[in-house]
Design a protein around this ligand. Structure first.
Ligand SMILES: Cc1cc2nc3c(=O)[nH]c(=O)nc-3n(C[C@H](O)[C@H](O)[C@H](O)COP(=O)(O)OP(=O)(O)OC[C@H]3O[C@@H](n4cnc5c(N)ncnc54)[C@H](O)[C@@H]3O)c2cc1C
Length: 602
């Protein structure tokens, strides 16, 4: 009975996915100490860390499924937005943004599956500015200053960049490998070489005191492959951590007499079920869905819940304070040499490209962005090292897309064909590069609301981008600075020149004027998908706070939110590193509420 034995061992190995009929896995239990909703960057981290306490059992419920071999290829991140790994949300019509995009709505992806948005993101690892966290602490969030959170960034990280291994600001031995992409283009070298020509230097943007620098991207990859939160935190087969895929949580169960959360309702295989929590329910469903789930459960703005016939348990400003990093992705600098990532060329030579993967020389191992630069515009009045624009450098541009596989980038941004072809006619599928100037600290705030009381309806999202005109001014300045950068010797070596077809809808304005660029940004707005802030963390006196600095929902026992939605203000950079940090710190906050002796806290 060797086969039976092997089969059994194989199944035991897969036991972490409960109720997987294919492998005869077991049913989940009726009750757990902790239930974590959502297996994204923060949720996977929290669940794994809580499972370090052997006497607790934990259920991790995730609405999507497992990642795959395909999702491990960094270069195809944009393709994944057209799969079930994306919740596929859109804003409503925006007043000041996305005016030229399909249906005049901004597409707003969010990842779905074990790994959450880390399955479909662009792998950029940037922690933000130290002042971002000091500001959170100054708002009254004790325990969240830079000094407080740095240990959690370090705990999460396993730095693979040789030069940074000795840095006290990088972690070694944590679950998440951080590497430079395995392959580097000549164009990113030009980007780095251009820095001194504009008074900048190359440095480690994740170290304090050097946040105004140019750099290659530190990425959440290992050996050229994507590393998700599931790969980093959920590979081990822990007996006390049960993971349920395709379990869509529809409501948090709250005892109204005691104001205590005691479990969740979820749907799997079209069946509605309940599971009970003995200690806490932890909501880590991401900025849109954490807000949505709270509101569906009666926690949210009273006037809104009442209008949908949902009984209000706690009147809190859930769904307000939505923040994001808008950007402009339309700049296209054409060059004279064949050194760019041109998808048509790469995909036509598919077999050759596969061979190059084994030699670590393939474009498939490059993230679409290769470099970042943090700069201060003329509007920046911050003292010291606090930039207001991030340059995202790409060895390609959306105009480079045409032919094979050549519409995914622009389609993911919602750019209609007419706008695309008129704008980029003459430079399609040519060698080019781009800089996307990204606004780091938006003044404008958006909002998430329920469309109905039906948990399967998509939320109503208003980005409210550029409601504060300063947000637009800064991006325009970033565009002009990027154009100046293209004139440096480093870029002129390749004959870089801006493709100058005027943008449809903006032709009436003088090409290159501030008004012209404002029009371009508002027509073809691009986003970074760093949604955050809808379950704001704040002290008791903050009327807009949803959770306290322990991440407990105000007025409800046994309920926390642990993900990017708790950010009072968005961090200056991409948000995955802070999401992991919030997960790590959140897990320690939970552990310290339920002391058990040695529980693995910092
Ligand atoms: C396309 C894209 C590109 C990005 N690129 C970058 C980048 O390059 N660098 C960077 O730093 N950041 C990037 N980000 C942002 C970054 O990935 C997120 O900030 C981070 O993953 C957020 O972590 P989270 O835990 O808050 O939520 P998520 O990682 O989104 O996880 C939430 C999880 O909850 C699950 N869930 C939601 N509702 C339910 C429910 N009702 N029941 C059960 N489960 C549910 C979801 O399916 C998901 O798995 C990108 C994001 C996107 C979408």
């Amino acid at each position: 009975n060797v086969f039976k034995f092997l089969g059994q061992s194989y199944r035991e190995n897969l036991i972490r996915f409960h109720e997987d009929a294919q492998f005869g896995n077991k049913l989940i239990l009726k009750e757990y100490d902790f239930i974590v909703v959502g297996a994204g960057a923060a949720g996977a981290t929290v669940a794994r860390r809580l499972a370090e306490v052997p006497e607790w059992n934990i259920l991790l419920l995730e609405a999507g499924g497992e990642e795959s071999l395909i999702t491990s290829i960094p270069a195809i991140a944009h393709y994944l937005q057209f799969t079930n790994y994306n919740w596929g949300y859109h804003t409503e019509k925006e007043l000041h943004a996305c005016k030229g995009l399909i249906n005049q709505k901004c597409p707003w992806p969010a990842g779905k599956g074990l790994g959450g948005s880390t399955i479909i993101n662009n792998n950029m690892y940037t922690r933000g500015n130290i002042k971002d966290f000091d500001r959170w602490a100054q708002f009254g969030n004790e325990g969240w200053s830079y000094v407080d959170v740095l240990p959690y960034f370090l705990k999460n990280e396993d730095i693979n960049v040789p030069d940074l291994k000795q840095s006290p600001y990088h972690g070694v031995g944590g679950p998440l490998p951080i590497s430079y992409p395995s392959f580097k283009s000549k164009l990113v070298d030009a980007f780095l070489d251009s820095a001194p020509e504009v008074g900048m230097r190359v440095g480690d943007y994740n170290a304090p005191g050097s946040h105004v620098v140019f750099s290659r991207i530190q990425s959440t990859t290992f050996g050229g492959s994507r590393v998700t939160s599931a790969t980093a935190y959920l590979q081990e087969n822990l007996k006390n951590l049960h993971i349920l895929e395709f379990g869509y949580v529809t409501k948090i169960l709250i005892d109204e007499k005691t104001n205590t959360a005691y479990g969740v309702e979820f749907v799997k295989n079209r069946k509605k079920r309940r599971v009970i929590s003995k200690k806490e329910v932890i909501v880590s469903a991401g900025t849109f869905n954490s807000a949505k789930l709270l509101m569906l459960s009666g926690i949210g703005p009273k006037e809104h819940l009442e209008s949908l016939g949902i009984k209000t348990i706690r009147d809190l400003r859930v769904g307000d304070n939505l923040q994001e990093h808008p950007a402009f992705a339309g700049l296209n600098f054409v060059i004279n040499e064949t050194i760019s990532f041109v998808p048509d060329r790469v995909y036509r030579n598919f077999i050759g490209e596969m061979i190059k993967i084994s030699q670590k020389k393939s474009w498939m191992m490059v993230l679409p962005p290769e470099g970042v630069g943090y700069v201060k515009t003329k509007y920046n009045t911050n003292a010291g090292d606090v930039p207001d624009i991030e340059y995202i450098f790409l060895p390609c541009s959306i105009a480079g897309e045409s032919g094979l596989g050549g519409s995914i980038g622009r389609r993911s941004m919602g750019i209609p064909d007419r706008l695309y072809y008129e704008m980029y006619n003459g430079s399609l599928a040519k060698d080019s590069w781009s800089i996307w100037p990204m606004l780091m600290y938006p003044e404008s705030r958006g909002q998430v609301r329920l469309r109905s009381a039906n948990p399967f309806d998509k939320p109503v999202i208003n980005g409210n981008f550029f409601a504060d005109p300063m947000d637009l001014n800064r991006i325009v300045e970033g565009i002009k600075m990027a154009i100046e950068l293209s004139k440096t010797k480093a870029f002129q070596k390749y004959g870089s020149r801006l493709h100058q077809n005027p943008m449809p809808g903006c032709q009436h304005l003088e090409f290159g004027s501030d008004r012209y660029w404002e029009c371009c940004v508002q027509t073809m707005t691009m986003q970074m998908h760093h949604q955050s802030g809808t379950c704001k963390m704040g002290p008791a006196w903050d009327r807009n706070a949803v959770v306290d600095p322990q991440l407990k929902v105000y007025g409800v026992n046994g309920l926390r939110v642990i993900d990017c939605s708790i950010m009072p203000t968005i961090t200056g950079g991409h948000t995955v590193a802070p999401a992991y940090m919030i997960g790590e710190k959140g897990a320690d906050l939970v552990k310290s509420s339920w002391p058990t002796g040695n529980n693995g806290t910092l």
